[in-house]
Design a binder for this molecule. Structure first.
Ligand code: PAF
Length: 328
């Protein structure tokens, strides 16, 4: 009898240590598209540490990087279905779930990071978050993807005209597509997991992303030019499935919210550091970096605001314009 019991205990110990069974009361699977070295996952590691520590291991956080659980749209659908508990997603695909959030995809919307943080962490950010609950999702905070810049394999881009004829991958966002079109490029929406191969095979010439993404995904191997357009400030939302969140006891909800907010500050800090450090590294990897005529890009994309105000205002153009003005 005693022998049987010790065999059972050994089996249980092995299963626990390889993660086949979990000692935790709740398990949070959190998915994202980026490799472990990227700022998203460094921020999520901090979140995991805080949550597991504060819940004495009763909440376990499992991180799934590199699109293991799907691209950003798949992840958000997973949150709605309850197959994924949490996801970190840039705003790109989110307009398909909550129309108003598309306002954040407008080109040259924010003057600088301080402006973006004050809008996102303030009343406007809270208002935009409310829309998610009806979609079965909760926004735990605006983390940072960062300022998006254009890379390509054809020529340096100094002004919008240089984009003529360039096939560029964009996120699945109507506003991002409209913005790149207004710049004169030929944009093509595509899920992120397909981008490296499409660049390698020449199906597309270009893509646009923050430096941290360009670096972590080795785009220097397949892209020669990096032009510092900074055309979108791109937040990333830490989202949780509403049905999972409601199933948590109040004290665990508080732990999750507080930890998400603290990890957000850390992730934003890493994003700032990445912008400072990675330009030199990308040059070392062979990329030719250039600055651009930003005023010309602002001018070329101005029409995107008026043309999309009705959509952002969910049929009410004045409401859309008012929201844009409030942010600016
Ligand atoms: O380009 C994208 O799709 C996004 O910026 C990415 C890389 C998935 C990060 O959120």
């Amino acid at each position: 009898m005693r022998k049987k019991l010790s065999v059972l205990l050994v089996v249980l110990f092995v299963l626990l240590s390889v993660g086949v069974v979990s000692a935790a009361e709740y398990t949070i699977k959190v998915g994202n598209t980026q490799p472990m070295g990227h700022i998203y996952n460094q921020g999520l590691l901090r979140f995991k540490e805080l949550v597991e520590d504060r819940s004495n291991g009763e909440i376990e956080v499992q991180i799934f990087p590199s699109s293991q659980l799907g691209d950003e749209r798949d992840l958000v659908e997973g949150l709605q279905l309850g197959t994924v508990q949490m996801a970190l997603s840039s705003t790109g695909p989110l307009g398909g779930f909550v129309t108003e959030i598309m306002v954040l995809d407008l080109p040259y919307l924010f003057k600088n990071r301080a402006h973006a943080y004050s809008v996102l962490d303030g009343e406007i950010g809270q208002e935009l978050s409310k829309g998610f609950v009806d979609a079965g999702i909760r926004n735990l905070g605006y983390w940072e993807n960062g300022w998006r810049n254009i890379t390509n394999s054809v020529r340096p881009i100094y002004e919008p005209e240089d984009l003529n004829g360039i096939k560029i991958r964009v996120m699945e966002s109507k506003l991002m597509l409209a913005s790149l079109e207004a710049m004169g490029a030929s944009p093509l929406p595509m899920a992120f997991s397909e981008v490296y191969t499409a660049l390698e095979q020449g199906t597309i010439d270009a893509q646009e992303n923050p430096l941290a993404v360009i670096y972590s995904n080795n785009f220097a191997e397949v892209q020669e030019y990096l032009s510092m357009t900074q055309h979108f400030y791109n937040p990333a939302l830490l989202l949780i499935s509403e049905s999972f969140y409601s199933s948590l006891p109040e004290d665990y909800k508080e732990i999750v919210r507080k930890s998400a907010s603290e990890a957000k500050e850390y992730e934003r800090y890493l994003s700032i550091l990445a912008d400072e450090r990675l330009l030199g590294k990308l040059q070392e990897e062979g990329m030719e970096v250039n600055s651009v005529d930003k005023d010309a890009f602002v001018e070329a994309t101005k029409s995107v605001y008026d043309e999309n105000a009705k959509m952002i205002g969910e049929g009410d153009k004045e409401a859309g314009l008012e929201l844009m003005n409030k942010i600016q």
